[in-house]
Design a protein around this ligand. Structure first.
Ligand SMILES: CC(C)(COP(=O)(O)OP(=O)(O)OC[C@H]1O[C@@H](n2cnc3c(N)ncnc32)[C@H](O)[C@@H]1OP(=O)(O)O)[C@@H](O)C(=O)NCCC(=O)NCCS
Length: 257
């Protein structure tokens, strides 16, 4: 798995498939997992070790990343980031706040969701889309992928809004062949009184038995070059993509953040 592949160029990332038994926590991080079982403590410490590697790639010294009241990671000033862990995988992604507005990453096993979870997290139209995607490409657990995309959106949303976002509040549309997805939010963002629902573009990848998803609004996608800007417009729709003078796509979510 290479999570870097789904992140914009400004975002630094680090990942691992094994826990480091001697990963060290800062005291304020220790306080967040003081009552936790050993497995939880190890994943908490290992993912923070990934985060500190990613911060080092930005030129930042090691710093504590405790948890907020919504379990959101509290990054050093001027940093935005996100972390994820699932069995056999931990990853972190960070960027300077001036370069992207927010980051959300999520990793899941490439296994189907239980039926009751599918009904709880996917809308009726998403369930139809998942069936069509599965007919065309059965190697990807599309229901799990949409779930992961929603979790990535929530992880980008919460640190800015500090409000709940339900699974029905974002409609995910996945492009099967190019590793992209679109999340249409059905709730308003910070300055969105009377404005249309925000749209976020994200990336996904299936590899090594895992699915990873990422959103990083405001970033410069490493997979878009200026001379294919018109092709991107066609792909994501004019209303969900704007372009700066050099033709680089800027996600429309910057308008509500
Ligand atoms: C918060 C949530 C997304 C995390 O899911 P998870 O299955 O534990 O996923 P992961 O293991 O990949 O990620 C856990 C990490 O996410 C981060 N995280 C947790 N809550 C967060 C929040 N409110 N905001 C941002 N990041 C958060 C943390 O870094 C956490 O790791 P840590 O506790 O070791 O620091 C999930 O528990 C949840 O509450 N989902 C419901 C909300 C939602 O997804 N809505 C969909 C909107 S479209």
């Amino acid at each position: 798995m290479t999570i870097e592949a789904v992140l914009p160029a400004e975002v630094m990332s680090a990942e691992t498939t094994t826990d480091d038994p001697i990963a060290v926590l800062f005291p304020e991080e220790e306080a967040c997992v003081s009552g936790a079982v050993d497995k939880r403590r190890r994943e908490y410490a290992t993912v923070r070790q990934c985060a500190r590697r990613a911060l080092a790639a930005l030129g930042m010294p090691p710093a504590p990343i405790p948890s907020g009241t919504g379990r959101d990671p509290l990054w050093p000033p001027g940093i935005v980031g996100s972390m994820t862990h699932c069995d056999g995988y931990r990853a972190a992604a960070v960027a300077r706040a001036g370069t992207v507005h927010a980051i959300g990453i999520d990793a899941e096993p490439n296994d189907p969701l239980p039926n009751d979870v599918v009904r709880a997290v996917l809308t009726a139209s998403e369930r139809v889309a998942v069936r069509e995607l599965a007919d065309a490409e059965p190697g990807v657990s599309w229901d799990r992928l949409l779930f992961s995309a929603k979790e990535a959106v929530y992880k980008a949303w919460y640190p800015i809004m500090h409000t709940w976002l339900g699974f029905e509040d974002a409609e995910i549309g996945v492009h099967r062949s190019d590793g992209s997805f679109i999340a249409k939010l059905t709730v308003p963002g910070p300055d969105a009184a009377g404005s249309p629902p925000a749209t976020l573009s994200g990336r996904w990848l299936a590899a090594d038995g895992l699915l990873v998803t990422a959103v990083a609004p405001g970033g410069q996608p490493r997979w878009v070059v200026p001379d294919v800007a018109s092709a991107v417009r066609e792909l994501v729709g004019e209303e969900s993509a704007t372009f700066n003078r050099s033709g680089i796509k800027k996600p429309a979510w910057r308008n509500v953040l």
